[in-house]
Ligand binder design. Structure first.
Ligand code: URP
Ligand code: ZN
Ligand code: ZN
Length: 461
């Protein structure tokens, strides 16, 4: 059924105004101060509520295979958690095995993603390089709508690539006007330091804190400088994922390139490295890469958002259960699967601790969580905006609604939450996906429509 939303306050990346919105056949069909002539539609009264374009999470890892089992949200559970937090579209990854065809891996990943409740796109990870890679990148962009790629400068033993492959990938991606996402950590240095711990201080192997000691600031800063250097010889568009340090931001700012987009995540804005001192292996819950940093970086990252030096918020949602997954590394921190959940609280946390605290504006909130993501990842003709003809993916936001985050009430399928006990003020009241109301005051309503794999356009930075 069509939906008429009345009396809400529309917030876009550049304006705030009161208007009615009519949704027909999955699209936004009318935006008028007062819509009086709509018939046969469900009417939602959004008085006193904000209406945001549905959130787009640019960085999630559902069902990611690791040595400790797959990340514990699949596309269905993860997409429902996303909806509960106002996210109506996300971008996950294809992770080909070494020397597997990118296109073959894409085909398989698309099947895994089919049970998502929200539309999804897939970034292609460049996990190895061979004589077919150049052509496969071209095919991804031209025939598959996969216009973004990902390279890991860390994890050399599994998905990471060396610099020779990285440079070739940059070259091919720029030839095809795509964008390369980069995980910036010096994998060789990390491996060297891990081996040194094993050899000289093996008693530290059972300490998750050692993960943070080894993935230290230098490993990120060096990798950021190196990718910037490579960028100076190559005009490949870059999206630097999960940047965690003030110094990284300063380096990128100093480079002053319009062709680089910087992402950070709520956990780097809100949590700090004191978590690694928690007893009873609890620190393993925060074993993520890069690790949490000291408090000074939290503030610096908020400032960078306020100044548009960082313009994208990804959750890097990659949850693993504490029992049965994180504890895989109980006697060797190197075996703790890296990652934590966050897709559900990306928007409420940014709203509460960013907008409510006056660190970012409402328009910036929309820009960082939706509109700019749509632009960077080639979705800006369909999503990220509240305009006629756009997908009817909308969030009706109750700025007064409060909650305390807990694994007891979250929708992520994980036995802990890194934000446990944190207060949020500002949550979705209703969420509309593809013109259907799928979340209403805490209740999920299964969609009739099937979610779509998004064939994406070229990035616009
Ligand atoms: O620790 C993390 N971030 N795990 C997910 C994979 C990645 O590096 O983005
Ligand atoms: Zn990463
Ligand atoms: Zn990630």
């Amino acid at each position: 059924m069509d939906i008429l939303i009345k009396n809400g306050t529309i917030v876009t990346d550049s304006s705030i105004y009161k208007s009615d919105i009519l949704l027909q056949n999955g699209k936004i069909s009318q935006i008028e101060k007062q819509i009086l002539n709509a018939e046969n539609c469900e009417v939602i009264d959004a008085s006193g509520k904000y209406i945001f374009p549905g959130g787009i999470d640019p960085h999630v890892h559902m069902d990611l295979p690791t040595w400790a089992g797959n990340s514990c949200d699949n596309f269905e559970s993860g997409s429902k958690a996303a909806i509960a937090g106002g996210t109506t579209c996300f971008l996950d990854f294809v992770t080909p095995a070494r020397n597997e065809s990118y296109l073959e891996a894409l085909k398989k990943r698309k099947i895994e993603a089919e049970n998502s409740w929200i539309d999804y796109g897939l970034h292609m990870s460049i996990t190895s390089w061979n004589e077919n890679s150049k052509n496969e990148i071209k095919q991804c962009v031209e025939n598959e709508g996969v216009t973004s790629f990902k390279a890991y400068m860390a994890y050399k033993k599994s998905v990471g690539i060396d610099d020779s492959a990285l440079l070739k990938a940059m070259d091919s991606i720029s030839d095809n006007s795509g964008i390369l996402m980069v995980h910036c950590e010096n994998g060789d240095l990390i491996e060297f330091l891990e081996n040194r711990t094993e050899k000289h201080s093996p008693h530290f192997l059972n300490s998750p804190d050692e993960h943070a000691e080894i993935h230290n600031q230098d490993t990120e800063i060096e990798a950021v400088s190196r990718i910037l250097l490579y960028h100076s010889y190559n005009d490949c568009l870059l999206y630097l994922v999960h940047i965690s340090l003030e110094e990284s931001i300063n380096l990128i700012k100093g480079f002053n390139s319009p062709d680089i987009c910087v992402e950070t995540c709520p956990h780097y804005l809100l949590l700090d490295d004191s978590r690694y001192k928690l007893p009873n292996f609890e620190a393993a819950k925060y074993v993520i890469s890069p690790p949490l940093r000291d408090k000074s970086n939290n503030e610096a990252l908020w400032e960078a958002l306020g100044n548009f030096d960082v313009t994208a918020i990804g959750s890097d949602h990659c949850p693993f259960n504490f029992k049965g997954q994180k504890d895989f590394g109980k006697s060797d921190f190197r075996k703790i699967p890296n990652g934590a959940g966050g897709v559900e609280h990306r928007m409420p946390l940014l709203y509460t601790y960013g907008v409510e605290k006056g660190k970012i504006s409402l328009n910036q909130f929309v820009y960082f969580t939706s509109t700019h993501i749509a632009e960077v990842f080639g979705l800006n003709k369909r999503k990220g905006f509240i305009e006629i003809g756009y997908d009817a993916d909308l969030v009706i936001w109750d700025s007064e609604k409060k909650q305390i985050i807990s694994a007891k009430n979250h929708h992520q399928r994980c036995d802990y939450n890194i934000y446990e006990g944190m207060k949020i003020k500002g949550l979705p009241e209703k969420v509309i996906v593809g013109g259907e109301l799928v979340f209403d005051n805490g209740n999920f309503i299964p969609p009739k429509r099937k979610s779509e794999f998004l064939f994406r356009e070229l990035p616009v930075l």
